[in-house]
Design a protein around this ligand. Structure first.
Ligand SMILES: Cc1ncc(COP(=O)(O)O)c(C=O)c1O
Length: 336
């Protein structure tokens, strides 16, 4: 099996990479490298999953917020953003965030920009630059692109490689979500694979609904403080990265997106992004819409073996005052 010294994904380039079980562990290290200490202020988009607060909590950093417009770009001019030591730019759903306002903010205030590319492994911007490697520090949630039990990564650009980088933790983590391994194996079975996969998913959801009353995992407020399991990456992570045929996977995602967009137009879904930029490897088709649009996209997703979910589980501090456009986004997730 390759080791981290022997093999690097293409995106690493001039930088260095460290692997973790989750992007949240990578974010803890990114924040440390950015100089975050107890009391440091970290500027986050309001449109975010609540579990992203746990890395800040672990470091006793203080979150502050910038509003996000319906197209998921910052809603306010940078002059109006609150003061912070670090700012997080998110490439939502694998689409490149325009970094110009973040760079302007960094120049004006001296804040460090961390690129949250949890959704965008294999995705590039229109200039062909790998997402997650466009500022000095980037984080990836590889498990969101590949069906593996866990996998996150920290990318450290040349500007930071003279800093004291954390050593690579051993690849011996137990795997945060081992069910993904079973699902991937089922799906890989010849002939019966897809049916076996769908049956097992249906059974798991029915069982969950029977136990908890909902067929999706319950929101957990404690995830704003705690990280699950260990930081060590799962033993099979590097082999899975090596085994992923990146050009085919990017093409598969782009094709799935175009098909979703075509169906979306027919059923009245409103895509969050108006176009699929060149080189973008989308994590999902993100849309808003009424009950008819939702039913149409749900049918399409089910027919193609994709999950349809609403995103995100907003932080407690935001959820009560969130505008409608934070609450009404659905994703057809292309994880296979
Ligand atoms: C934008 C964003 N960043 C980071 C993360 C954290 O990823 P992980 O679950 O691998 O820690 C998530 C997960 O939901 C996310 O949506």
């Amino acid at each position: 099996m390759p080791t981290s010294e022997a093999w690097q994904p293409t995106f690493v380039g001039e930088g260095q990479v460290r692997y973790y079980s989750l992007a949240r562990y990578a974010l803890i290290e990114a924040l440390r490298l950015a100089g975050v200490q107890p009391g440091s202020r970290v500027l986050l988009p309001e449109y975010l999953c609540r579990d992203l607060l746990a890395p800040l909590h672990q470091l006793e950093a203080v979150p502050c917020w910038y509003a996000v417009a319906p197209d998921l770009a910052p809603a306010m001019p940078v002059e109006d953003w609150p003061a912070a030591d670090v700012v997080l730019a998110v490439n939502y759903f694998g689409f490149p965030q325009n970094l110009a306002p973040f760079q302007a903010y960094a120049e004006r205030t001296g804040a460090v920009v961390i690129e949250d590319n949890a959704h965008g492994y294999l995705s590039r911007d229109q200039a062909g630059q790998w997402l997650g490697c466009r500022t000095g520090l980037g984080v990836f949630s590889l498990r969101k692109t590949l069906r593996i039990p866990d996998g996150g990564a920290l990318w450290v650009g040349p500007a930071y490689t003279t800093s004291k980088l954390p050593t690579q933790k051993p690849f011996n983590g137990p795997g945060v979500n081992l069910a993904q391994l079973t699902k991937a194996r089922l799906r890989g079975l010849p002939l019966v694979g897809e049916s076996a996969y769908r049956l097992s998913t249906l059974m798991a959801r029915t069982l969950r609904k029977w136990r908890t009353g909902s067929n999706v995992p319950a929101a957990d407020p404690a995830s704003e403080q705690n990280l699950p399991a260990s930081a060590n990456p799962w033993a099979g992570l590097l082999a899975s990265l090596v085994g992923c045929a990146a050009p085919a996977e990017i093409e598969r995602r782009r094709t799935a997106y175009v098909r979703c967009a075509t169906v979306g137009e027919q059923v009245g879904a409103v895509p969050v992004f108006t176009a699929l930029p060149p080189y973008c490897a989308p994590y999902s088709y993100a849309f808003r819409g009424d009950a008819v649009a939702l039913a149409g996209m749900r049918r399409h997703a089910a027919n193609h073996g994709f999950d349809l979910v609403s995103w995100p589980d907003l932080p407690t501090e935001i959820v009560g005052q969130a505008p409608v456009h934070y609450h009404n986004v659905f994703l057809v997730n292309f994880l296979w």
